[in-house]
Design a protein. Structure first.
Length: 102
């Protein structure tokens, strides 16, 4: 996928079923209805990259983010093909929304 060509901001969530930090972030932030509604109203596309069973595609995505494992999160702002905002492993809604607003 070439997220840089998207006409909307893209939020990448690289996760795995066995990843405890991923599950904590999902419970605390990513799966909350108010957070999802905020992303939807901002026109953000959410992409989940499942690394439960390692794949070359997700490995390449992680490398592009400078990561060697999950959780890994990044935002590709609309209109800036060269910009990638890599987020920390522990998320807050405010952190993500601030990065989307950049």
């Amino acid at each position: 996928e070439d997220f840089a060509r998207a006409k909307r901001t893209v939020f990448i969530d690289a996760t795995a079923d066995w990843c405890l930090t991923c599950k904590a972030n999902e419970a605390a932030v990513l799966d909350r209805e108010d957070f999802r509604k905020t992303l939807d109203s901002a026109g953000v596309i959410r992409v989940k990259a499942d690394w439960t069973r390692e794949t070359p595609e997700v490995n390449a995505l992680l490398r592009s983010m400078g990561k060697s494992g999950v959780p890994a999160y990044a935002i590709y702002p609309k209109g800036d093909a060269n910009k990638q905002i890599v987020l920390p492993e522990l998320l807050t809604a405010g952190l993500i929304l601030e990065a989307i607003a950049e």
